[in-house]
Ligand binder design. Structure first.
Ligand code: FAD
Ligand code: NAP
Length: 529
């Protein structure tokens, strides 16, 4: 592979793969570096039992190639991790991507030479590559969060993190298993682990809201219907706030203004349909606490009706705002706690004290286990970016983000010229169907570098004022909502010491419109040379 290219792309998940294809189509040379030994990103790493998407597969897929859309057959409403990984591998084969991807290679640092207008990228084997553009496709949920529990390394059994699961799977048959965490990864894996394990002990810090997936095989008729109207579906999704779900449109009335019986019927209907559209019932569910309480209380009642033991039901019942942490989509999560081989330990007041050689200690009580599953999430949105020592002419990424991430449009950072971030902080990313957001970012970056080539420009950098205004705007939008009210990873609250700032921007459709206007206005807010 040539070590001097137009663009170096870091990461070969859905973002890096499409970026490579899009640049090649425009005649640019590009090279991708990827830590893993294959494509897929999230779907390469997260192989825990039960891992699957929670945005429906027919929508959680690329839209850039109508031929790809037509030829790929999803088998279930929510595809499993192996199926999504096969899809990523199929895309790599179909578009011949692998010849420009350097696998088993981690980018460690990148230095911008202002005179030469190019980045020098250094990898973990000490080799370097040079590129005019550096495109970070490192993923929002790709840097695992493994809490530093005292004694963690003394455990003599097997430990796993859901985000770096062994490739040949884990058989928990006959084992005593601890799962730490009750977010989406735990909610998906707990029911399956419980069926295998001799005993499962779940350590819960915050109770979780989960809505049923009602997963099922896709019928040929349903698939044909979507495939016939794919263009309309994709276009309609891009006009939503989340980049998916136009087939189950968001209500435009407020929950507080609806009669209780009407509200109940709406929640029932969405609960029966299953999936994330539950929170689309009313326009104000994440804006007004009284409204949110009505949707939250409906779920709380489902939990109490499902879980037989009163104390366990109480413990599983969340009290915070529903949706302000990512809503989980489950298959039998709450009912799993009716099993005689499952126990739930509350670590909200008394945190995990220690990992001992034989298990987990809480409040002086030892829970002896053979395996520990850390379902403790990710250093989201900034983790993988900050692991790369990226240096602009005067400032490093680490310095630029000392007080939390600052970007312009979630796409560029002042002080780091010719560097783009795909689904970076300050863009809708994790609050959307991420493939929709990835495609929008890739296409915007592609169009921007094509425009630069046409105008003979070699250097682009976000302007300080545009970035400041953007950061203020992202905060203003977040502060109009209930999102900042709980300790979510959107705020960085899950990682001790991380600066607390709401990282994603709410609202896909208005954001896309702003990006279009910025470009149409000669890339307003960017300085060129
Ligand atoms: P990733 O898939 O994370 O890929 C980034 C890649 O960059 C990784 O392979 C990583 O190894 C590589 N990398 C990072 N740093 C370096 C480096 N320094 N050098 C070289 N390589 C590097 N989103 C949805 O919209 N719907 C869903 O249903 C959904 N389900 C999810 C389920 C799970 C279990 C998780 C963890 C996330 C889920 N997401 C979902 C979010 C998901 O991350 C995105 O949908 C999408 O896959 C992200 O693609 P990406 O290419 O941006 O990042
Ligand atoms: P997560 O949502 O951050 O959940 C991590 C869990 O670990 C939380 O319950 C957290 O408790 C707990 N935890 C963290 N540190 C702890 C500590 N020191 N002591 C005790 N408990 C601790 O992570 P995730 O479940 O991996 O999901 C991350 C995101 O990935 C999701 O929000 C979603 O966007 C995506 N995802 C999607 C799916 C899907 O359904 N398709 C599946 C998995 C992941 P607190 O809540 O108290 O912090």
């Amino acid at each position: 592979m040539n070590d001097s290219v137009d663009a170096v792309i870091v990461g070969a998940g859905f973002a890096g793969m499409y970026m490579l294809h899009a640049l090649r189509e425009q005649g640019f040379t590009a090279k991708v570096f990827e830590v893993a030994d294959d494509v897929g990103g999230t779907w390469y790493w997260n192989r825990y039992p039960g891992a699957r998407c929670d945005v429906e597969s027919l929508e959680y897929s690329y839209s850039f190639s109508p031929e790809l859309e037509q030829e790929w057959e999803w088998t279930e409403r929510y595809a499993t991790q192996p199926e999504i990984l096969r899809y990523a591998q199929h895309v790599a084969d179909r578009f011949d991507l692998r010849r420009d991807i350097c696998f088993n290679t981690r980018v460690k640092s990148a230095d911008f030479d202002d005179k030469a207008t190019r980045w020098t990228i250094t990898t973990d084997d000490g080799s370097t590559a040079h590129a005019q553009f550096l495109i970070m496709a490192v993923g929002c949920l790709s840097s695992t969060n493994l809490p530093d529990f005292p004694g963690r390394d003394t455990f003599t059994g097997d430990s796993y993190h859901t985000g770096t699961w062994p490739h040949d799977g884990v058989d928990f048959t006959g084992k005593r298993v601890a799962v730490i965490g009750t977010g989406s990864s735990a909610v998906q894996s707990i029911p399956i682990i419980a069926k295998q394990a001799a005993h499962l002990t779940v350590f819960q810090r915050t109770a979780t809201y989960a809505v049923p997936a009602h997963n099922r095989p896709l019928t040929a008729a349903e698939m044909a219907e979507v495939k016939t109207h794919y263009r309309e579906l994709r276009a309609a999704n891009r006009l939503t706030m989340t980049g998916y779900g136009s087939r189950s449109p968001r209500g435009d009335t407020n929950a507080v203004d609806s009669a209780p019986a009407e509200r109940e019927a709406e929640y029932e209907r969405r609960w029966a349909a299953g999936g994330l559209s539950y929170l689309g019932g009313y326009a104000d569910l994440l804006l007004n606490k009284d409204s949110n309480d009505t949707a939250a209380e409906f779920i709380r009642r489902q939990i109490r009706a499902t879980v037989k033991d009163h104390a366990t039901a109480q413990l599983l019942t969340p009290t915070n705002v529903v949706g302000c942490k990512r809503l989980c989509v489950d298959t039998g999560y709450y009912a799993t706690f009716n099993r005689p081989n499952v126990s739930l330990i509350d670590v909200s007041e008394q945190p995990i004290e220690q990992i001992t050689p034989t298990g987990v200690r809480v409040d002086g009580v030892d829970y002896d286990v053979d395996c520990i599953v850390y379902a403790t999430g990710f250093d989201a949105m900034t983790g993988s970016l900050l692991k790369i020592n990226a240096n602009g002419p005067e400032i490093s990424l680490q310095q630029a983000w000392e007080a939390g991430p600052r970007t312009y449009l979630g796409l560029a950072i002042q002080g780091l010229p010719n560097m783009f971030t795909i689904s970076g902080p300050g863009s809708p990313s994790v609050l959307t169907n991420m493939i929709t957001s990835i495609e929008q970012h890739v296409e915007w970056i592609r169009d921007c570098v094509v425009a630069m080539r046409e105008r003979g420009m070699r250097r682009i950098e976000a302007e300080e004022q545009a970035q400041d205004e953007w950061v203020d705007y992202v905060n203003m939008v977040a502060n109009m909502t209930l999102f900042p009210t709980c300790n979510s990873w959107y705020l960085g609250a899950n990682v001790p010491g991380k600066t607390r700032v709401f990282m994603p921007l709410l609202g896909f459709a208005p954001y896309e419109q702003q990006c279009i206007e910025v470009a149409a206005d000669g890339y307003r807010g960017f300085a060129f040379a």
